[in-house]
Design a protein around this ligand. Structure first.
Ligand SMILES: *Cc1c(COP(=O)(O)O)cnc(C)c1O
Length: 418
C-alpha cells in the first residue's frame, strides 16, 4: 500500500455511490459503530413505525388489526421481502421466532426426512467453532429423540470431507463464522453432502444482508438466520426460516402450533399442517418487533447485494491493511481469511488482552466487540460504515495500543454481555 491518508478515505467516501444510504440510519454522534454484525443500527423509519404499531394499530385498531393491519400475514409478507437477499423465491421464507428455535424446527425436519430415507444415518456433522446455540440445540434435539443421534464436530473446515461419511444424516453449518469471519463454500459443501447422502442446514446469521447468498443456486436444503444483525430489524427481532420446496411438504416440524395449521381458526382438535413454508410457523408473534423488521428490509430494496458486497470487501481490506501498517508493532494476529472468497463482512484480530483493548476502544467511541478466547471483532456494514470511519477507528486503536491505556483496571471489568 502506498502511503494511505485520511484524505484518501474522504475521497473514497465522496465517490461512494452507497454513501447516501447512511442518512437512513440513526447513529449517535461521537460513535464509530463497528458492531452491526451483532446488533444492526436503527433505521430512522423504525421510530415512526413503532409509534404507528403501538398507537394506531394496537391502540385504536385493537383486535381488528390482526386483519386490518395485516398482522396475521406479516411473517409471510416479510419473508417475501427478505427472500431475494438469500436467493429464495416468493412464498418460501417466513420471518418468525428466533434463530435457535428455527434451527430446532429445520434440524428436526431434516432428521425426520433422513429417518425415512436411511435410518442408519445418526450423525450430525458441524464445526466445534460453530456458534454455541447451534451446537446446544442439536444436542438437545438429539437427546430428545432418543434414537442414538450424535454430534460430530470438526476443528477445521478441511476436516469436513472426512467427517461427512455414510453415517452422516445432516451437515449443519454456519455460512460465515461468528468469530473468525471465515465464509464457507456453500455450493461446494452442499454438493459434497448430497454426494454422500446427507442433507444440509445453513445458518445465515452473519450472511443475510452481509454477503450475497444463493440458496437455490447452491441447492441448499434448509436455512435459518437472524434479522437483528446485518438486516437491522431491531434488538431481538424475529428470525427467518427457509426450506427447499422439494423437502418442505415431506414432514412438518415438531413445534406444530396453531399458526402452522391449515385452518387455524377452524379450532380443530387435530393438527393438520398447512401447505408450504407456513407450516414452519408455530404461534403468535411479537407484532411490535416483527413490524420493525420491514424498516430494515426496505433499505436493502434501494441497493443490491452485489454493490454491498463490493463495498464490504473494500472496507474490510482497508481495515486489515491499516491495522497491519499502523498497529504493526503490537501483538495483533489476523484470524479472518485474506482471501475474498472466504471472508464475510467482519474482521477479527486476536490480541492477548483482547477484552481490555475492546473495552478501551468502546470508551473512546469505537464500538466493536469481544469473543472468547482473545478475539477483537469488528463488523463492517456497507449501508452505513464509511471509509473515513475505518481510518479513524484504526487511529483510535493505534492510540489505545501505543499508550497502553487498555491496561488500566477499569477495562478488565466485564458486564453480563460481552
Ligand atoms: C447470532 C447467532 C445466533 C443467535 O440465535 P438467537 O436464537 O437469535 O439467540 C444463532 N446462530 C448464529 C450462527 C449466530 O451468529
Amino acid at each position: 500500500m502506498t502511503a494511505f491518508t485520511r484524505e484518501h478515505c474522504l475521497a473514497l467516501d465522496r465517490e461512494d455511490p452507497l454513501a447516501p444510504l447512511r442518512e437512513q440510519f440513526a447513529l449517535p454522534s461521537g460513535v464509530i459503530y463497528l458492531d452491526g454484525n451483532s446488533l444492526g443500527a436503527r433505521p430512522h423509519a423504525a421510530t415512526a413505525r413503532a409509534a404507528e404499531v403501538v398507537a394506531a394499530e394496537w391502540g385504536n385498531g385493537l383486535i381488528r388489526s390482526w386483519n386490518d393491519a395485516g398482522w396475521f400475514d406479516l411473517p409471510r409478507r416479510l419473508g417475501n421481502k427478505l427472500a431475494p437477499l438469500i436467493g429464495a423465491r416468493d412464498d418460501e421464507v417466513v420471518v418468525t421466532d428466533t434463530t435457535s428455535i428455527n434451527l430446532f424446527k429445520v434440524l428436526a425436519a431434516a432428521l425426520r426426512v433422513q429417518q425415512q430415507r436411511d435410518p442408519a444415518r445418526r450423525v450430525i456433522v458441524s464445526e466445534s467453532s460453530n456458534f454455541p446455540t447451534d451446537l446446544y440445540i442439536a444436542q438437545g434435539l438429539a437427546d430428545l429423540l432418543q434414537r442414538g443421534y450424535s454430534l460430530r464436530l470438526v476443528d477445521d473446515p478441511s476436516e469436513l470431507d472426512a467427517a461427512i461419511d455414510a453415517d452422516c444424516a445432516v451437515l449443519m453449518l454456519t455460512h460465515v463464522n461468528y468469530k473468525s469471519g471465515e465464509m464457507l463454500d456453500m455450493t461446494g459443501l452442499t454438493e459434497l453432502a448430497h454426494a454422500r447422502g446427507a442433507l444440509t442446514v445453513w445458518d445465515l446469521a452473519h450472511s443475510a444482508g452481509a454477503v450475497p447468498v444463493d440458496l437455490h443456486g447452491a441447492h441448499a436444503d434448509y436455512a435459518i438466520g437472524c434479522t437483528y444483525k446485518y438486516l437491522n430489524g431491531g434488538p431481538g427481532s424475529p428470525a427467518f426460516v427457509w426450506v427447499a420446496p422439494a423437502l418442505r411438504d415431506a414432514f412438518w416440524q415438531p413445534l406444530s402450533g396453531w399458526w402452522g395449521h391449515a385452518a387455524p381458526f377452524a379450532m380443530s382438535p387435530r393438527y393438520r399442517p398447512t401447505e408450504g413454508i407456513g407450516r414452519f410457523l408455530c404461534g403468535t408473534q411479537p407484532m411490535t418487533s416483527l413490524a420493525l423488521v420491514e424498516c430494515g428490509l426496505d433499505v436493502f430494496a434501494q441497493t443490491s447485494m452485489a454493490a454491498l458486497r463490493e463495498k464490504s470487501l473494500r472496507l474490510t481490506d482497508l481495515f486489515i491493511r491499516l491495522v497491519e501498517h499502523r498497529c504493526g508493532d503490537h501483538p495483533l494476529k489476523l484470524v479472518t481469511p485474506r482471501d475474498h472468497a472466504r471472508r464475510g463482512s467482519h474482521v477479527s484480530f486476536a490480541h492477548p488482552d483482547g477484552y481490555a483493548v475492546v473495552a478501551a476502544l468502546i470508551e473512546r467511541g469505537v464500538i466493536g466487540d469481544y469473543r472468547e478466547p482473545s478475539i477483537a471483532r469488528f463488523g463492517f456494514t456497507p449501508l452505513y460504515t464509511s471509509f473515513t470511519e475505518v481510518w479513524d477507528a484504526v487511529e483510535v486503536l493505534r492510540d489505545v495500543l501505543d499508550t497502553g491505556v487498555y491496561r488500566e483496571d477499569r477495562f478488565a471489568v466485564r458486564g453480563q454481555v460481552t
